[in-house]
Ligand binder design. Structure first.
Ligand code: UDP
Length: 239
């Protein structure tokens, strides 16, 4: 009998990850890979919420300037998350994963609205819920949206997908001698300036409500299944 890490989980995927081999935009092959990685998790009756980033299209902090207001830039960023969420929803459904895209920004022609009860209903009916538009307000990132939405939807854990498999004492892409930290407290994660793997606002919110976060390389074969279904965690647990 499998030992699920949680009945309901939230997975945060960045736009950069969805770009896969491309420099920007969406690489459908990455979406397909993710669908394949999540299929055995889904078959184990885990309720899955996905929050997608939009950094492969735009990030508000970078886009603002030369007349573009920060609020507008964040709106553009949120629309980027929408493009990712729509594409991923189709890829998931094509791969036999019942999925609904719910949007935190008004977009009735392209997605259902994010409504707490509706999201719960889809999850209870065994559908994956992909959330577009983060939390629908500017001056935030999808990391913070992920924690907030996980709390709202009663997810017991947030899985934050990163390029590397967890938190390291220094950048493992620059320093081959970097050491992975298996477990850390919220206080350590918030206070350590070298830890840039997740927004401090997101970590602070998770700390306040004691919502554990697992940082992992979700694109590594079987990593999601092993973590969620087999409780074999290779990444870093922040709790
Ligand atoms: N964004 C926002 N409010 C939200 C979520 C996202 O304003 O609730 C905007 C913000 O500009 C952000 C962009 O959307 O930079 C894309 O999200 P994020 O940077 O988190 O994407 P990721 O880095 O995960 O791909």
């Amino acid at each position: 009998m499998s030992q699920l890490i949680a009945k309901r989980i939230l997975l945060k995927i960045s736009g950069e990850q969805l770009a896969g081999e491309f420099e920007g935009g969406i690489d459908p092959k990455t979406g397909l890979w993710l669908a394949q990685q999540l299929t055995p998790v889904f078959k184990n009756k885990v309720e899955i919420v996905i929050v997608v980033g939009g950094g492969n299209f735009a990030r508000g902090a970078r886009l603002a300037g030369h007349g573009i207001k920060r609020v507008t830039a964040d709106h553009v960023g949120m629309l980027g998350t929408m493009m990712n969420a729509l594409a991923l929803t189709d890829i998931f459904e094509y791969n036999h994963l019942p999925t609904r895209c719910l949007s935190s920004i008004f977009a009735e022609q392209v997605a259902e609205p994010f409504i707490h009860r509706l999201a719960n209903k889809h999850l209870e009916k065994g559908r994956i819920v992909i959330i577009a538009g983060g939390i629908g307000r500017p001056f935030l990132t999808t990391d913070t949206a992920a924690v907030s939405l996980a709390l709202e939807l009663n997810c017991q854990v947030v899985l934050k997908a990163t390029k590397v498999n967890g938190v390291f004492n220094k950048d493992p892409e620059k320093y081959p001698d970097a050491v992975k930290i298996n477990k850390m407290t919220f206080a350590q994660a918030v206070e350590d300036h070298n830890i840039k793997v997740m927004d401090k606002a997101a970590l602070g919110l998770a700390m306040e409500y004691k919502l554990p976060i697992i940082i992992l390389d979700a694109m590594k074969n079987q990593a999601l299944y092993q973590t969620i279904v087999q409780q074999s965690i290779e990444g870093t647990i922040v709790s």
